[in-house]
Design a binder for this molecule. Structure first.
Ligand code: HEC
Ligand code: HEC
Length: 408
C-alpha cells in the first residue's frame, strides 16, 4: 500500500506501511496521512516571508495550511471516507511515489483523478491515470496541472478540493492558509546546483560534460531553463500524447516515475525519449553524460529524518507555536480556523495510536492534547496572560514528559 518515502526509512512504521497497495480502508488512509504528518517537516518553513504581509500572520497561516493539508475533512465523498487528504498524494508537499489504488492506478505513483469514484464532476469515463506531481518549488512553476490549465496555486487548490474531491468550497482564510503552506515548499536541497541552476564542483566530470550537451542550441535548455528552475512555464507536444507543461527537473531522485502519465520509470528512459524526439545526434558516451547531468540536477542532499519520538515532540511543539502566534495576533477568525484544525488533527492522532500496544503513548498524548485545549480556551476567551502561562507549562511538558513508544 501506501508507503511514505521517509516513513520507510523511519524504522518501526515500515512494516505497516509497506503492505501491498490496495484501495485503502479508512484506517489505512489515516495511517498515510499521519505518516506524512509524523515525519519531519524539514522541507517547509524555509521560504522567505511574503513581503508586505504581516510575517506573524503569514507564519500562522502557513501552520494552519500545514495541518489542513493533512486533514481528510478538507476533501469530500469517497476520498474523505477513505481518510485521504492532500498529503496522501503529496506527502509534505512532495509526491507519493508508492500510492496505488486498485482500479484507479496503473502503476504506483499514478492515479486517475478524473473518475466517478472521487467525483461525479470530473468523471470522463476514460481510465487515464496521471502521475502525481511533486509540489516542491511550486511557487516557481506556474501554471499548474499537467496541462497547465490553472494560473495560480489558489485556482488549482479550489479545483482539487471542490471539483476533484467534492469537498466544500474552502473559506477565503482556509484558501489563504493552504496557499501559504504550498508557497513554503522548496525544491529539495541539492549541493550540486548553485542558485542559477549551474552545476557546482560537487558534480562529476561526466555530469559537467552532460551540462554542455543539455545547453546546446536546439537541445534541452530551451524548455528546461536552468536559471528558471528548469521550466519555461509553457506546454508543448513532446511526443507523449498531447500538450503538457514542461516539468522542472529538480527532485527527480524522489519523484519517479516521470512524465504526465508516469511512462518513464527512470531518468535514463526519459532522456532517451527526448534525445530521439529532438533527433540529437549523440554518441553513447554523450548520452551517458547527459543522463549523469539530468540525474545530478534531480539529486537531493541527504536529509535528516526524525525518529518517531522527535517527530511527535516537534509536531506538538509546532502546535504550541501556532497557539503562541494566535495569542500575539489576537485575530478571532484566524483563531477559530486554527483551533478547529488543531482539534481535527487530534482525531487523526488518536486514531493512529488507538491500538492496545500504544496505550502508554496514547495516555501521554491525551494529556498534551488536554493541556493544549486549556490554552485554546484561554485564547478564545481573549485571556492572553492565562493563555501564555498555560502554553509555557504545556511546552515544558512536551519537552520533558517521557514518551514510551512501543514498536511493533
Ligand atoms: C488522489 C491523489 C491526490 C490528492 C488527494 C490530491 N492531489 Fe493534487 N494532484 C494529484 C494529481 C494526479 C495531480 C496532477 C493532476 C492534473 O494535472 O490534473 C495533482 C496536481 C496538483 C497541483 C498542481 C501541481 C503542478 O505543478 O501542476 C496542485 C497545486 C495540487 N495537486 C494540490 C493539491 C491539494 C491542495 C490537494 C488537497 C486539497 C491535493 N492536491 C490532493 C493527485 C492528488
Ligand atoms: C519542447 C520543450 C522540451 C524540450 C526541448 C525538452 N523537454 Fe523535457 N519535457 C518537456 C515536457 C513538456 C515534458 C513533460 C511531458 C509529459 O508530461 O508527457 C518533459 C519531461 C521531461 C522529463 C521528465 C521529468 C518529470 O519529472 O516527469 C525529463 C527527464 C526531461 N523532460 C528531460 C529532457 C531532456 C534531457 C531534454 C533534452 C534532450 C529535454 N527534456 C528536452 C519539454 C521539453
Amino acid at each position: 500500500m501506501v508507503r511514505h518515502d521517509d516513513a520507510g526509512r523511519n524504522g518501526q512504521r515500515q512494516s505497516v506501511l509497506t503492505k501491498r497497495p490496495r484501495i485503502m480502508p479508512r484506517w489505512r488512509g489515516t495511517v498515510v496521512g499521519l505518516a506524512a504528518l509524523l515525519c519531519c517537516l524539514v522541507v517547509a518553513n524555509t521560504a522567505p516571508a511574503n513581503e508586505g504581509a504581516n510575517p506573524e500572520r503569514q507564519a500562522v497561516l502557513e501552520m494552519i495550511g500545514t495541518i489542513a493539508f493533512e486533514s481528510p475533512d478538507l476533501l469530500g465523498g469517497t476520498a474523505a471516507a477513505l481518510g485521504m487528504s492532500c498529503s496522501s498524494c503529496h506527502p509534505r508537499g512532495g509526491t507519493q511515489t508508492r500510492l496505488f489504488i486498485n482500479t484507479l492506478s496503473d502503476k504506483p505513483g499514478n492515479v486517475d483523478v478524473t473518475n466517478g469514484v472521487f467525483s461525479p464532476l470530473t468523471e470522463d469515463n476514460i481510465i487515464n491515470p496521471v502521475n502525481i506531481p511533486s509540489l516542491f518549488g511550486a511557487r516557481h512553476t506556474a501554471p499548474f496541472g499537467r496541462r497547465g490549465n490553472f494560473e495560480t496555486i489558489a485556482d488549482f487548490t479550489i479545483h482539487a478540493v471542490v471539483t476533484e474531491f467534492i469537498g466544500q468550497h474552502p473559506s477565503e482564510l482556509m484558501l489563504e492558509a493552504l496557499v501559504a503552506f504550498q508557497n513554503t515548499l522548496d525544491f529539495p536541497a541539492n549541493s550540486m546546483l548553485d542558485s542559477n541552476g549551474t552545476l557546482t564542483d560537487a558534480a562529476s566530470d561526466s555530469a559537467r560534460r552532460g551540462e554542455a550537451i543539455f545547453r546546446r542550441p536546439g537541445a534541452c535548455a530551451t524548455c528546461h531553463k536552468p536559471n528558471d528552475f528548469f521550466v519555461d512555464h509553457k506546454t508543448h507536444d513532446v511526443g507523449t500524447g498531447g500538450e503538457f507543461e514542461t516539468p522542472s527537473l529538480r527532485g527527480t531522485a524522489i519523484s519517479a516515475p516521470y512524465a504526465h502519465d508516469g511512462r518513464f520509470d527512470t531518468v535514463s528512459e526519459a532522456v532517451d525519449h527526448f534525445v530521439g524526439f529532438l533527433r540529437l545526434d549523440l554518441s553513447d558516451e554523450e548520452k551517458t553524460d547527459l543522463v549523469a547531468y539530468v540525474e545530478a540536477v534531480g539529486a537531493t542532499d541527504a536529509r535528516t529524518v526524525l525518529t518517531e519520538e522527535q517527530a511527535l515532540r516537534k509536531r506538538f511543539a509546532d502546535l504550541g507555536g501556532l497557539l503562541r502566534g494566535l495569542i500575539a495576533l489576537d485575530d478571532r477568525p484566524l483563531a477559530d480556523l486554527a483551533i478547529g484544525e488543531i482539534n481535527r488533527s487530534f482525531k487523526a492522532i488518536q486514531m493512529y495510536y488507538r491500538d492496545p500496544p500504544h496505550r502508554a503513548t496514547r495516555a501521554v498524548l491525551a494529556e498534551w492534547m488536554e493541556a493544549l485545549r486549556v490554552v485554546e480556551r484561554h485564547v478564545l476567551a481573549g485571556e492572553a496572560e492565562n493563555a501564555l502561562d498555560a502554553l509555557t507549562a504545556y511546552e515544558k511538558r512536551v519537552q520533558e514528559d517521557a514518551l514510551a513508544l512501543s514498536s511493533y
